[in-house]
Write a protein that binds this ligand. Structure first.
Ligand SMILES: [Zn+2]
Length: 237
């Protein structure tokens, strides 16, 4: 089982079969493996991906119980390694909620950027079913007011942002340029009172795109892009 296998030339789809000893199967609770979410599909060409997943599905996966490795934890009583499970819960959620979509996939040899389109709600992100503390005095409803988006790959790329500036009192244009492994953070606050006055007249829900020192109006549809990596949401009553 531990001997390396000769790797054939892959002309077609290949399948890998693994034989586990009875002992190993006993250690793992294998029924849990079937319920693990699929987080990465290898794609040979990086065209615009067609696959999509809803933000609610992502959250469901994030909060799902998952098995740890059979020897990752020692039993507190007998101190022997035992199969354990990990579970995260949302207990209380803040006024401003930042959802960071993990867009990287790391294996032993490769790091890949995940380009999956995440379908997120703009006007009503409802966390009522995901929150553990059911009797909170606060609302579990959020509206999206900004996103940070990233174009490029794992090694380098360019950040810019979308924001609905109807609910804020100053406008900031910013640029984060990542070069290699290092991120040079060049935040340039640019308060633009003329534009502020203009926006006041326009009323609610006007989306703008911020690219370096350029700001341009966009439709709400444009905000929903597979490049979104951080979603900024504000609690609403
Ligand atoms: Zn024990």
């Amino acid at each position: 089982m531990n001997e390396p296998l000769p790797a054939p030339k892959f002309d077609n789809d290949s399948q890998v079969y693994v034989t586990w000893s009875e002992n190993t199967i006993e250690k793992y609770d294998t029924c849990l493996l079937s319920s693990l979410p699929e987080v990465f599909k290898i794609q040979l060409c990086t065209t615009r991906p067609q696959e999509s997943v809803s933000l609610y599905k992502c959250l469901e996966s994030f909060l799902k119980e998952e098995p740890l490795g059979p020897e990752d934890m020692d039993c507190p009583s007998c101190k022997k390694p035992r199969q354990a499970r990990k579970k995260l819960d949302l207990w209380r959620i803040p006024e401003i909620l930042a959802v960071h979509l993990k867009r990287s996939s790391c294996s032993q040899f490769v790091r890949n950027k995940l380009e999956t389109y995440v379908d997120f709600p703009i006007d009503d992100f409802d966390l009522s079913t995901n929150i553990s503390q059911k009797k909170s005095q606060f609302s579990n409803h959020y509206v999206l007011y900004a996103t940070s988006i990233h174009h490029g790959g794992m090694g380098c790329g360019h950040y810019n942002a979308f924001s609905d500036v109807s609910g804020v009192h100053s406008i900031y244009a910013f640029s984060f340029i990542s070069i290699g492994q290092e991120t040079a953070d060049r935040a340039i606050p640019q308060r633009d009172t003329c534009m502020r006055t203009h926006l006041d007249r326009l009323g609610n829900r006007k989306w703008y795109k911020f690219v370096d020192n350029r700001v341009s109006p966009v439709s709400e549809d444009a905000v929903k892009t597979s490049a979104a990596c951080v979603l900024f949401c504000r609690r609403v009553a």
